[in-house]
Design a binder for this molecule. Structure first.
Ligand code: NAD
Length: 260
């Protein structure tokens, strides 16, 4: 489905990004991995993915809070693959605190990694996409791009902003064969959420089981975590030729959360 395409997936050493990177490689696209983790583990992951799929899999340790490193990531991918057709803006962090106690540096980091990184990467890649008249920008926001929860001011602001960026880019680039769409997942049990379960249990003074049942899944009508594979299948579709007419959308895959 994605043969002869090349993709960058930010934040793909773990969780949702890794699932999307794997699905892209399985669909035939070369993939640039990015994210943090022990060097040996990442190299083992990269080599295994390349061996299993036969596509080129490369890795960049670019810190998505640093614009110059984001530009270097784009240049590395262009040098390795000759072109970048698909970019998935997925890297993200969370910080939970009441607004009046929210740490300034944490606010800046959440905005930089969850929102500004997408701007810098898209800016670097759009000239090449325009020249080839093909591009697929896939943003991973959240149900928190569409609705709010307490104590997540920076995250909710960044994810709403990411949808706004995506819509603007979509209208600017629609006539150049470039689409931009945003996926809005509900809760997915990745390392990011495992950490939140522990943090919220402490903040609310309740057990981890109660956090899952009463805080996290209380709004998700289906009462199940979203699966990484489900999100990856949607990301493959959005990157495919079949999705040429879909642009500027914010697609909820949230088990019915944002229906309320
Ligand atoms: P995760 O913590 O499992 O993975 C995050 C990835 O981002 C990792 O590869 C990490 O190394 C990377 N990363 C973090 N900071 C980075 C930085 N400064 N530079 C480069 N890479 C960096 O998280 P996840 O749950 O897979 O989340 C992925 C995306 O999905 C995030 O944008 C998150 O907000 C969003 N999301 C997650 C959920 C969920 O329930 N897990 C729900 C909705 C949206």
């Amino acid at each position: 489905m994605l043969k002869n395409r090349s993709a960058i997936v930010t934040g793909s050493t773990s969780g949702i990004g890794l699932g999307i990177a794997r699905a892209y490689a399985q669909a035939g696209a070369n993939v640039m991995l990015n994210g943090f983790g022990p060097a040996g583990d990442i190299e083992a992951l990269r080599a295994a993915l390349e061996r299993e799929t036969g596509v080129k899999v490369r890795y960049s340790a670019a810190d998505m809070s640093r614009p110059e490193q984001i530009r270097a990531l784009a240049e590395q991918a262009l040098a390795e693959f000759g072109q970048v057709d698909i970019v998935v803006n997925n890297a993200g962090i969370q910080h939970v605190a009441p607004v009046e106690e929210f740490d300034d540096a944490k606010w800046d980091a959440v905005l930089a990694i969850n929102l500004s990184s997408a701007f810098h990467l898209v800016k670097a890649l759009v000239p090449g996409m325009k020249a080839r008249r093909f591009g697929r920008i896939v943003n991973v926001a959240s149900a928190h791009g569409l609705t709010a929860s307490p104590f997540k001011s920076a995250y909710v602001a960044a994810k709403h902003g990411l949808i706004g960026l995506s819509k603007t880019v979509a209208v600017e680039l629609a006539e150049h064969g470039i689409t931009s769409n945003t996926i809005c997942p509900g809760y997915v049990k990745t390392p990011l959420v495992e950490k939140q379960i522990a943090d919220q249990a402490q903040a609310h003074g309740i057990s981890p089981e109660r956090v899952v049942r009463e805080v996290m899944l209380s709004h998700q009508a289906r009462k199940e975590f979203i699966q990484v594979d489900e999100l990856a299948a949607l990301a493959v579709f959005l990157a495919s030729d079949a999705a040429a007419s879909m642009t500027g959308t914010a697609i909820a895959m949230d088990g019915g959360w944002t229906l309320h």
